[in-house]
Design a protein around this ligand. Structure first.
Ligand code: NAD
Length: 298
């Protein structure tokens, strides 16, 4: 039987509708709305398209959205000063610096300069530490892992006691999602294994997984025979494997593939996310959720 397709677009729309309604209530009651600044350095096409989508979503929700598109030649000192300006701006509750930054700027320095109370991406070491502790300590769960957790919970898959295998150990996906799912609490309490490029037998680990989360960035890495029948498969990978002309706009668009062989995997899995339309839309929804939460706390 074919798997349930976990529709990230539909789930993210529900979450965004909830946020829009909360923002309207907040505005009517207090006159305040969440403020988000998006800082984009240069014109990297992928970064431009991510930032455009974030800006459009924030505006649609009724946020105070400030767009800072700065020249790629900006000095590190000037960029740090810009971040500091928004650290002090009380109308701004979330600061997002789109990565990657040009080579002459130390990304770490810029992330560390963001006020941890406005770090809606959750990348500042203070927030990484808080995530590790878990529970009430967590201010900003990082957006992609938070989106993954929300998708699993909302699709009705039991996480408590489940064998979760995470493929990939990056700081933005693999490590944080592993950490979040092993915490004590609702939507967690799983037994988590993290596998990576030095793992001896990737397939045998994946085959044990009740929930398999794949964030490797290798198109089609996970073969259908690595999937336990009935498992929940979350494919985080977004790999550009070519280009095609859009029927709607006539413009060239990227052909995207995930890390899992979707067509074959959906005949074995119990539930599975597509690429595109799975985890991707959730990341933006979680960014907006973090900004609203930050505004409430302030
Ligand atoms: P990364 O390159 O930082 O990390 C990839 C991880 O996968 C590494 O830890 C590596 O050890 C592991 N890995 C790579 N090849 C492997 C292999 N053959 N076998 C076992 N492990 C392997 O990548 P990332 O930033 O974590 O992103 C992973 C993928 O997820 C990418 O395709 C990226 O585009 C996508 N992504 C999507 C979203 C989203 O919102 N949908 C967000 C972040 C990342």
């Amino acid at each position: 039987m074919s798997a349930q397709i976990i529709d990230g677009r539909a789930v993210s729309k529900t979450i965004l509708d909830e946020i829009r309604s909360d923002v309207a209530t907040m505005r009517d009651k207090t006159g305040t709305v969440p403020g988000l600044v998006t800082i984009l350095v240069g014109e990297n096409p992928a970064s431009v398209s991510y930032v455009t989508l974030k800006v459009r979503t924030a505006l649609d929700l009724g946020f105070n959205e400030v767009q800072e598109n700065v020249d790629p030649g900006i000095s590190e000192a000037d960029l740090l000063a810009l971040v500091e300006r928004y650290n002090r701006d009380e109308s701004i509750h979330g600061i997002l610096v789109q990565l990657p930054l040009p080579d002459h700027i130390d990304e770490k320095k810029v992330i560390y300069a963001i006020d941890p109370d406005k770090d809606v991406d959750g990348f500042h070491p203070v927030n990484v530490g808080r995530l590790m502790i878990g529970g009430d300590e967590v201010l900003f769960p990082p957006c992609t892992p938070a989106g993954i957790q929300e998708l699993i919970v909302r699709s009705g898959v039991e996480i408590e006691g489940a064998e979760v295998v995470v493929v990939g150990r990056s700081n933005i996906v693999g490590k944080p999602i592993a950490n979040m799912l092993l915490q004590k609490g609702p939507g967690a309490n799983a037994t988590v294994t993290v596998v990576h490029t030095r793992t001896r037998d990737l397939a045998s680990h994946c085959r044990r997984a009740d929930i398999l989360i794949v964030a490797a960035g290798v198109p089609g890495l996970v073969k259908p025979e690595w999937i336990k029948p009935g498992a929940c498969v979350i494919d985080v990978g977004v790999n550009r494997v070519g280009e095609k002309v859009s029927r709607k706009t006539g413009k060239k668009i990227a052909i995207l593939r995930g890390d899992v062989d979707f067509d074959a995997a959906k005949e074995i899995a119990g539930s599975i996310t597509p690429v595109p339309g799975g985890v991707g839309p959730m990341t933006i929804a979680m960014l907006m959720k973090n900004t609203l939460a930050s505004c409430r706390r302030s």
